[in-house]
Design a binder for this molecule. Structure first.
Ligand code: PXL
Length: 269
């Protein structure tokens, strides 16, 4: 089959393959598109935790983006882990230079087990890069930090999303998975509308990489021409199916099953 679109992923590597660049490539591929990467950091980790983070030089990150975009033009960008202020500066400069319009930013701050993936000074800078995004996809703790308010319920999520909109993003999706309760409410909002995607909470310890996978799935649908709200709906559905079909790898927070949407007969008949 011919790939439906081309996505450039700017994110960190997760050696265990569940989150980061590896989750992004698997998501984009299993949804039938072509994945390219600019790696921002290399982490040594497994399902139990992060053991080390080695940053790639900011200039090298910029070079990966520029060289790649110059040759194969991406239809959309997915931006994940940007661990320092300098990296954010270089990524912003490179992205502006490439003039790509569809930009999804997952403002990654902490790994599932609590290990920080970004410096404190970079958090302020994240507010700047959000300005150039088509969509930003924080979870509740990230939305609290970026909006400066505590989030206790869905009403607070809407209020925080409005604050994030004022930072300059076109669309916001605050993911409600961290909230207590039997349901997950994900709040989508832009200047003219909002929508709450309500789903049953799936009780599973195997949710490593859900955030990375969701933003990549949304970027893929968006790159393929779906509207941004529809892309969020389809991305959420993909990740929920991938959690439901996880195969319980590892002793800690295991990966989701990215292959749920992959037709295994593809290419063999
Ligand atoms: O899910 C956040 C995340 C993003 N990027 C990398 C990660 C993780 C979580 O572990 O390792 C590289």
């Amino acid at each position: 089959m011919k790939p439906k679109s081309k996505i450039l992923i700017i994110a960190g590597s997760d050696s265990s393959g569940g989150a980061g660049i590896q989750a992004d490539i698997k998501t984009v591929t299993s949804l039938g598109s072509y994945a390219m990467t600019a790696i921002t950091a290399v982490t040594s980790q497994n399902t139990s935790g992060v053991f080390s983070v080695v940053p790639i030089k900011p200039k090298e990150i910029k070079k990966q983006i520029l060289v790649t975009c110059k040759d194969i033009r991406p239809d959309a960008l997915k931006i994940g882990m940007l661990h320092s202020s300098k990296v954010i500066d270089e990524v912003m400069a490179a992205v502006k230079n490439c003039k790509i319009k569809k930009i999804i930013i997952d403002p990654v701050m902490v790994a599932k087990g609590g290990h920080p993936l970004i410096n404190n000074n970079a958090i302020l800078k994240l507010k700047k890069i959000i300005k150039i995004s088509s969509l930003v996809t924080p979870n509740i703790p990230e939305a609290e930090i970026l909006s400066g308010m505590k989030i206790n319920n869905t009403k607070d999520m809407i209020m925080a999303a409005n604050k994030l909109l004022k930072l300059g993003a076109e669309n916001i999706l605050i993911k409600g998975g961290h909230m207590k309760g039997k349901k997950v409410n994900d709040v989508f909002l832009n200047k003219s509308e909002y929508k709450i995607f309500m789903n049953k909470k799936i009780r599973s310890k195997n949710t490593h990489g859900t955030g990375c996978s969701l933003s990549s799935a949304i970027a893929t649908y968006f790159a393929c021409g779906k509207k941004i709200k529809k892309s969020c709906e389809l991305g959420i559905k993909y990740v929920n199916e991938a959690i439901n079909n996880n195969v319980n790898y590892g002793k800690g927070h295991g990966p989701i099953n990215h292959l749920v949407s992959f037709n295994l007969k593809r290419g063999f008949n």
